[in-house]
Design a protein around this ligand. Structure first.
Ligand SMILES: C[S@@+](CC[C@H](N)C(=O)[O-])C[C@H]1O[C@@H](n2cnc3c(N)ncnc32)[C@H](O)[C@@H]1O
Length: 202
């Protein structure tokens, strides 16, 4: 079965330019068969981007599961952050690179299965995680972020109520302080920061 995260070379390519308006800003993105939300910007992705603290963002940002690039490219266009974008889907990475070039944005886009090719540390990790890849992979991305964030770094993600967001938040509460930043149409935007480690010198 083909999923939006499988690399299927036999899938016919049909690249399309889509115009996206977020927070009143317009940018063009490039989509194709075999990538997530190829027709239009996903509702959850839009909600996540619109919830980000863009004016106060600085430092290094990682967009995990960047797809054709809506999150990382928008962050790069609105901030001075250094932006890295990773995905496992080669076609999505190709599209994200076309989008970056088209919008004259300098970002680093490369292949990585979750954090396999990523080096710490980031001030922000942002993701609309690949629910269809299964809970184990989603948890690898969400829980694993902790090893790739600076001590005060923030993990931002979006998840739907019917995708198990409530139990995910309970599980994440073991290693993160979690805060729900926005809820709309069953989508939750969450910001998580690492809990301080308690050092016991006794
Ligand atoms: C829900 S889509 C979000 C795409 C894009 N960020 C957006 O918001 O439109 C999840 C993305 O994660 C990618 N993905 C799936 N498994 C992955 C993995 N193991 N490592 C990295 N990315 C993965 C998929 O290829 C897909 O592009």
């Amino acid at each position: 079965m083909n999923h939006y995260f499988t690399n299927n070379k036999n899938l016919k390519s049909d690249i399309n330019k889509i115009s996206v308006i977020v927070l009143g800003k317009s940018y063009s993105l490039f989509t194709d068969n075999g990538v997530f939300s190829k027709k239009a910007l996903d509702f959850g992705t839009r909600l996540l981007i619109e919830s980000l603290p863009l004016p106060e963002m600085s430092g290094k940002v990682l967009d995990v599961g960047c797809g054709y690039g809506p999150i990382g490219l928008f962050v790069k266009s609105e901030t001075d952050c250094e932006v890295d974008m990773v995905d496992i889907n080669l076609r999505a990475l190709h599209l994200a690179k076309i989008g970056a070039r088209h919008n004259h944005l300098s970002v680093n886009i490369y292949e990585s299965d979750a954090y396999s090719n990523v080096k710490p540390s980031y001030d922000y990790i942002i993701t609309n995680p690949p629910i269809r890849a299964g809970k184990e992979k989603v948890y690898e991305i969400l829980m694993g972020a902790s090893d790739f964030l600076t001590s005060k770094g923030q993990l931002w993600f979006v998840m739907r109520k019917n995708q198990g967001v409530k139990s995910t938040l309970v599980d994440m509460g073991k290693c993160y302080n979690v805060s729900i930043k926005k809820k709309d149409k069953g989508f939750y935007v969450v910001c998580a920061t690492k809990k301080e480690k308690i050092v016991d010198n006794d």
